[in-house]
Write a protein that binds this ligand. Structure first.
Ligand code: C5P
Length: 405
């Protein structure tokens, strides 16, 4: 399972008899080359000693976020921050309920709440508990959040009942974890992503901008880093935290964004222009706040640098040119405009995105796009991370043909 190698997997252990099987799971993760960190609920420590997991993972186990002896400053957030994947096994009925409610009352729920990575639940409980409406609802709610589940398996349970409720076999959980972690097919690659809007000042207190939230670009940066790339994210003013393992350069104006991209373009493998760069800026920026009058106020706008086009131009026709991906946010003529952009900006792929309607585009966690290449196109719909995966799948294929490692 090469997907595990070099990844950090946090294993959250719940308090059920199947906790002993989580030991084997930890061992499989370590064997696959992952760094394993373990968090346990208090109930889990009654079934298996933390020392067992410490020996298997080679690191202290987080069991009590309120213990002054264990808790370093914000240590309870550390596991969540470091994780490429959180696997919760066994996920008991009680733990599922607390996870669904967003509680942070032990090491596992706190870690889950503070993590920003995929989560895999491996439920295990009595068959009647598993089929109870409360548990069904909790699992459905967690799945709706994008969390995945593996199992439970059917069979004879420890309590004598027969049916679904057994923790899936460790090998099966490890295989599901590997699938969720996905490939490291961008390792050794340098990726630059632009994200968010730009702000073009009119005077010290006013500017021209747009409602881009930066989420698509941040998702791209995060997923590219997860897939092993060295990622630089050049972000306009947005309210999103820095993604883990990504170098983030925060800028305001299109010119600052262009300069930051230019600085990073030297050894570039893949450029993704996901920013909604302002095409114009006020030609003259007032040094002091403009006073209002009763007259109309003319505002002369001048073009900003086209960052995407200048990357395309800089490498056009050069051997080993980077793969260049642009976005086309359009309110009409989506595909025609995307095709035009492919040629005029010398992109390898244009992600066409209809904006100005609810459910997709600027705000929100989901997106619906068409990937437009020179000879092919495909529709993708899903979370912004799922769309990012699809864009990167496409870019990796081209990159591997053009610039073999
Ligand atoms: O021409 P248009 O703005 O529709 O093109 C959108 C694409 O070009 C996006 O990928 C955007 O990031 C990029 N762009 C840019 N610099 C600009 C304007 C757009 O990089 N000044």
């Amino acid at each position: 399972m090469s997907e595990l190698s070099g990844r950090t997997i946090v294993l959250g252990v719940g308090g059920g008899i199947a906790a002993y099987k989580a030991c084997e799971l930890a061992r499989l993760f370590v064997k696959g080359g992952a760094t394993v960190r373990v968090a346990m609920t208090t109930a889990a420590t009654r079934f298996v000693g933390p020392l067992t997991f410490q020996a298997l993972s080679g690191a202290p186990v987080l069991t009590d976020v309120l213990d002054p002896g264990q808790e370093r400053t914000y240590g309870h957030l550390e596991l969540g921050r470091a994780a490429d994947l959180l696997v919760i096994a066994p996920a008991t009925a009680d733990l599922l309920a607390r996870l669904r409610a967003g509680m942070a009352d032990d090491a596992v729920t706190t870690t889950a709440l503070a993590c920003d990575c995929p989560v895999l639940l491996a439920p295990a409980m009595n068959v009647r508990m598993w089929s109870s409406p409360a548990v069904r609802e909790n699992v459905a709610a967690l799945e709706k959040r994008g969390w995945q589940t593996v199992g439970p398996a059917s069979g004879a349970l420890a309590d004598g009942d027969v049916g679904p409720g057994r923790l899936s076999e460790p090998e099966e959980i490890a295989a599901a974890a590997a699938r969720l972690l996905g490939p490291r097919d961008l390792s050794g690659r340098k990726v630059v992503v632009t994200a968010g809007p730009t702000r073009e000042p009119i005077d010290p207190v006013r500017f021209i901008s747009n409602p881009s939230t930066g989420r698509m670009g941040f998702a791209l940066a995060k997923v590219a880093a997860r897939r092993g790339a060295k990622v630089v994210l050049v972000a306009g003013p947005v309210e999103l935290p820095d993604p883990i393992k990504v170098k983030v350069k925060r800028v305001e104006t299109a010119e600052e964004m262009a300069a930051a991209v230019d600085d990073e373009a030297g050894d570039l493998d893949l450029f993704v222009g996901a920013a909604a760069v302002s095409d114009y800026r006020p030609r003259d920026v007032a040094a002091q706040k403009k006073k209002k009058t009763d007259e109309d106020e003319p505002l002369v706008l001048t073009r900003t640098p086209d960052i995407l086009a200048s990357i395309g131009k800089r490498f056009a026709g050069k051997a080993g040119a980077p793969v260049v991906v642009g976005f086309a946010a359009e309110t009409e003529g989506l595909l025609e405009n995307a095709k035009k952009k492919l040629a005029s900006k010398r992109c390898d792929l244009v992600v066409a995105n209809k904006v100005g309607r609810p459910g997709a585009g600027f705000a929100g966690d989901r997106n619906r796009v068409v990937l437009v290449g020179p000879g092919e196109r495909s529709h993708v719909e899903g979370t912004k991370e799922a769309v990012a995966e699809a864009i990167l799948d496409w870019a990796v294929e081209l990159l591997d043909n053009r610039r073999p490692r």
